[in-house]
Design a protein. Structure first.
Length: 87
């Protein structure tokens, strides 16, 4: 009797549950050097992506200059720059 509806309860896996919101991040200096560098890299990419989206959507000019914190390999920090055109 396949394909017939039954009055059995739905399995627990099919019950929709509310997704938990993302955890809030405390805005304070990250103690671990490696974690801080990884976070900087990820957030830098996110910031650049948002800048590119802003220039395309709003037809505006945007320039960003970032200097990373000191690392073992680069004690003075690294410079990163983005500009959507020559300003």
């Amino acid at each position: 009797h396949f394909g017939h509806k039954t009055n059995l309860p739905r399995p627990l896996l099919q019950i929709k549950t509310q997704a938990m919101p993302p955890a809030k991040v405390k805005i304070e200096r990250i103690a671990s050097d490696r974690t801080r560098q990884n976070t900087f890299h990820k957030r830098k990419l996110g910031l650049l992506k948002k800048a590119i989206e802003l220039t395309v959507l709003c037809d505006c000019d945007c320039a960003i200059i970032l200097r990373s914190g000191p690392t073992v390999m680069c004690p003075e920090g690294k410079l990163s720059a983005y500009c959507n055109k020559d300003l």
